[in-house]
Design a protein around this ligand. Structure first.
Ligand SMILES: Cc1cc2nc3c(=O)[nH]c(=O)nc-3n(C[C@H](O)[C@H](O)[C@H](O)COP(=O)(O)OP(=O)(O)OC[C@H]3O[C@@H](n4cnc5c(N)ncnc54)[C@H](O)[C@@H]3O)c2cc1C
Length: 333
């Protein structure tokens, strides 16, 4: 591990200023914020080698509160465990509570923060192995995963330069909930719909988000839940806990009088290079009853653009079954 300088900050403007001097906010940043530290330290600071870490853990950004419009505000430093078990989150956004509880372990959830989770790095083993070629870690070096062990990797949104999967559970639920990411930066405050926050790898897999140097995530806002909608998160993985998704589905759905679906949001995890919203599945369901045939048609639509690699074709079928199962959970006969 390289020696790094730890910078403690007392306010949001100080934090923004300290990180604004970074060369980039993307892979290879020489100055990084550190919150819970479970992702940054997990990489032993070898994959990323920041010279300076800006410790934001003492900033007053841990609030979890309901807003006047009926939505919620989740501070960037709110712990995953506290969000998951918050009574209002469980009542209004069960899909988010379930997604968080499906992630990591109780110990890690006690440290992990909303902001850190938004930016957690891929678990692609070639990204984490500094001896391997990886365009995300070392642009232009190639992608060892494409001809390598790619069982866990992406089937949606990949490119010839990168097939790394976004590993988060939280962010799949946030996609289905149409969250907004609020940022304080050198030019002031801005907020970004989560659907525009992540980038697909294309020819620049080292760029994962739209963040610029100095951009500090301050909170995530959730719009008021659709009245009477039901939500669920289903995660399929190799073992029952402490494991990343092979496929997951976050769904929010409501049936109107007569039983037809009049509100639906679908997002998939474990299969995309970013948390994957599926407007195709939503279009296939809207206005129809949740019959077995209609749920299956939605799953087919969600995975139509899938491009499996040598070892992960099974994920296409797995993701379809995962989505059908999750939709069935929120359907009313
Ligand atoms: C063994 C293990 C198993 C895990 N299993 C799962 C799992 O099953 N599902 C899952 O979803 N996750 C899993 N995780 C990942 C875990 O959820 C993340 O490590 C955690 O959410 C990161 O939060 P943090 O606060 O510790 O981030 P940190 O490590 O502090 O930071 C992560 C990144 O975010 C940046 N950052 C942090 N806060 C901000 C901010 N406010 N503004 C701008 N940038 C910021 C940092 O600069 C850094 O680049 C696992 C982790 C481990 C170690």
């Amino acid at each position: 591990m390289d020696v790094f300088e730890l910078i403690t900050v007392q306010s949001v403007p100080q934090a923004v200023k300290a990180q604004a001097r970074a060369t980039t906010a993307q892979q290879g940043a020489n100055i990084r914020f550190i919150a819970g530290g479970t992702n940054l330290a997990d990489m032993k600071l070898n994959v990323e080698r920041p010279a300076q870490l800006v410790d934001i853990s003492q900033l007053p950004l841990a609030q979890i509160e309901e807003t006047a419009d009926g939505g919620m505000k989740l501070g960037a430093l709110a712990r995953n465990a506290d969000v998951a078990t918050h009574a209002a989150v469980q009542a209004k956004y069960p899909v988010l509570s379930q997604a968080l509880l499906a992630g990591a372990s109780p110990q890690i959830r006690n440290m992990a923060t909303v902001g850190g989770n938004l930016l957690q790095k891929t678990r692609c083993m070639y990204y984490r192995d500094t001896a391997a070629d990886c365009n995300k870690r070392n642009p232009g070096s190639g992608c060892a995963a494409i001809a390598g062990d790619n069982r866990m990797l992406a089937i949606l949104g990949a490119s010839e330069h990168c097939i790394a999967t976004n590993p988060s559970d939280q962010n799949v639920a946030l996609m289905a909930l149409e969250a907004r990411v609020h940022i304080e930066g050198v030019k002031g405050a801005k907020d970004i719909p989560i659907g525009e926050f992540y980038l697909v790898p294309g020819s620049t897999p080292q760029r994962e988000t739209v963040l610029e140097p100095g951009d500090l995530i301050t909170y995530v806002s959730l719009p008021p839940p659709a009245a009477a909608a039901r939500g669920a998160y289903l995660k399929l993985r190799d073992r029952a806990s402490y494991e990343f998704a092979l496929a997951s589905a976050a769904v929010v759905m409501r049936q109107g009088t007569g039983g037809s679906i009049d509100f639906v949001r679908v997002a998939l995890g474990g299969v995309g290079t970013k948390p994957w919203r599926s407007p195709e599945a939503e279009r296939a369901l809207l206005g129809k009853p949740p019959s077995a045939a209609n749920l299956q048609a939605a799953a087919e639509a969600a995975l139509r653009q899938a491009h499996p690699q040598s070892e992960n074709a099974f994920k296409v079928e797995l993701a379809k079954r995962c989505l059908v199962h999750a939709l069935r959970q929120v359907s009313q006969a």
